[in-house]
Design a binder for this molecule. Sequence first.
Ligand code: PGA
Length: 245
Amino acid sequence: MKSFIAANWKMNKTISETREFLREFIPLVKNVSDVDIVIAPPFTALSAAAEAMKGTNVQLAAQDIFWEEKGAFTGEVAPAMLLDAGCTHVIIGHSERRQYFHEDDAAVNKKVKAAHKAGLGVIFCFGESLGEREAGKTFDVIRREIDKGLEGIGAENLVVAYEPIWAIGTGKTASPEQAQEVHAFVRDILRRLYGSTADGLRILYGGSVTPENISALMACPDVNGGLVGGASLKTDSFAKLVCYK
Ligand code: PGA
């Protein structure tokens, strides 16, 4: 299976910083053929990034999407607009969207459906909080988020990302054992939903992934890639992540 490593820049980088990053980064990874490399800049930098990525092995993702096609939805961005800007993928259901912007499972599901319908690759995120983990609810939360978020969605163009909220931006990575335990559980859920197709789906781990810890995480049988925030903001660090082998 080809691994999948995505940069989630969150609310970082201007257009010129994006261009500068890509000018340095693209040559560093040009010979990488066994990893899908994806970068998700903020909306404002998408088309500049698309321009810089043209003809390269680096693909473009948005960090969010809205489910309507067009109309009076101030501040929102439609699926066709993301395609028009050059995106091949979109991140949906990130815990920061769920936490700060009150996205619930139903909203996430509508976004996944709209992205899928438009032909965008979906990077679907889920994961438990520290409180939920400590209360022994990790598996229940994850089962609910996946079942509701992916309800009615086919397996094509789908990548899923386990991001324990307690590990995001905290420097506290899940251990390879903790990640594998959840990823194996997620694989079983995906088998229930998609049968044997699930064995070919990429399950990413996200939460304080660094060049130092990626190899141990990627050595887990059900960890097929990473979704990287902080460590994706510097060219050398993200290039090292992509070239983890
Ligand atoms: P982090 O963020 O790598 O900074 O922990 C990961 C994410 O939120 O996607």
